[in-house]
Ligand binder design. Structure first.
Ligand code: PLP
Length: 371
């Protein structure tokens, strides 16, 4: 069987009975938009994240877009982030009319380098969007310190890090708002699109709730300009069915990552570093190798489809090149983009499949050794 970085169908099959029951419950209820499933899932996921409030939205991109809008960030404001991320992080910033200001990542953990923030701050800076990439928490303490010092917002991009912990705290509960995606391949994935904003600041979360539905109050008067970016009942019910096993799924991801670490550590490969005092949830297992294209081609022959997350960095995409404001030195971002490879990793990956992947890598290195 072909092996990919993620396998959403396997996720469905391992939760099939709970998901089928949940979908039927919604179909039978006759309420398909903003009913009890969304309300309950918002409460359950907010509690899981150790936050007071959750606001279900239609995607992770919309979660970031809406969070920035709720924080009154808009035309002409600057928002500091990274370009070693999904393009969605950048597009969400531009959706409010703000300018993404791109700084470099730290070379070890691939997340926003807090030592580079101070240089990028000007009177226009209104927020920082750290990305907890691959399931690894960004270094939040120094990011929060500098944000508080300059009275700017921190909107966490948690799209790849459901359940990850930074020094004992769940990601999403540290900044002003945390933004999640429930895209099907994510650690908590829907069967379609979905997203959520979590937080403790009632002013901000109330604004998110209002803006996600035309800016309405309870009487359906538009109090602030808004639009429609609701999470729907079917997706919420599916996510409720899967949430109870998120921690065991993440544990299984970490177990597979441990096996990779142990076996790949014997090869000429840089395995992923884990930030001290943090819990990485391995949305992706990303290694580095100087000849990554050859490595990917070799694995393909064994029906293993490794990925690249991401190449090129967002500032080199045609839509953004020559336009985004980037730091002078982007060396760590450029170097990582040229060498990264994501190996298949998801809770349903069997021991046999993990062995096949490791064997293919061993073969790659032994063939090179004999060349
Ligand atoms: C880091 C990151 N941010 C934002 C998003 C956007 O999420 P969505 O695809 O649900 O809009 C994604 C997922 O693609 C992501 O990986």
């Amino acid at each position: 069987m072909s092996l990919f970085c993620a396998q959403p169908k396997a996720q469905y099959l391992s939760h099939k009975s709970a998901i089928d029951t949940a979908v039927k419950r919604v179909l039978d209820s006759g309420t398909y938009i903003l009913g009890t499933e969304v309300k309950n899932f918002e409460d359950e996921f907010a509690a899981y994240c150790d936050t007071k409030v959750g606001v279900g939205v239609s995607s992770g991109t919309e979660a970031i877009h809406l969070a920035l809008r709720a924080a009154n960030i808009g035309d002409g404001d600057d928002v500091i982030t990274v370009s070693h991320t999904a393009t969605a992080t950048i597009s969400a910033i531009e959706l409010v009319g703000a300018n993404p200001i791109i700084i470099d990542i730290d070379p070890i953990h691939f997340t926003l380098d807090p030592t580079k923030v101070a240089n990028a701050i000007t009177h226009r800076t209104k927020a920082i969007v750290p990305v907890h990439l691959y399931g690894q928490p960004a270094d939040m303490d120094p990011i929060m310190d500098i944000a508080r010092q300059h009275k700017i917002h921190v909107i966490e991009d948690c799209a790849q890090a459901h359940g990850a912990k930074y020094k004992g705290r769940r990601v999403g509960s540290i900044g002003d708002l945390g933004c999640f995606s429930f895209y099907p391949t994510k650690n908590l994935g829907a069967i379609g699109d979905g997203g959520m904003i979590v937080g403790n600041d009632v002013y901000l979360t109330d604004r998110c709730r209002r803006i996600r539905e035309y800016g309405w109050d309870k009487e359906r008067r538009a109090i602030v300009p808004g639009w429609n970016t609701r999470l729907d009942e079917v997706q919420a019910a599916i996510l409720r069915a899967k949430l109870p096993t998120l921690d065991t799924d993440n544990k299984q991801r970490r177990k597979i990552a441990d096996t990779y670490d142990r076996e790949l550590g014997k090869m000429d490969i840089q395995t992923p570093a884990q930030r001290a005092d943090c819990e990485h949830v391995f949305h992706l297992y990303v290694i580095r190798h100087q000849n990554r294209d050859a490595l990917i081609s070799h694995m393909k022959k064994a029906d293993i489809y490794a990925g690249i997350h991401y190449h090129p960095p967002v500032h080199h995409h045609p839509a953004y090149s020559d336009r985004l404001k980037i730091a002078k030195n982007m060396g760590c971002t450029e170097a990582a983009a040229a060498e990264i490879v994501s190996l298949p990793l998801y809770p349903e990956l069997t021991n046999g499949e993990v062995k096949t992947i490791i064997a293919s890598l061993q073969e790659f290195f032994s063939e090179r050794h004999h060349d």
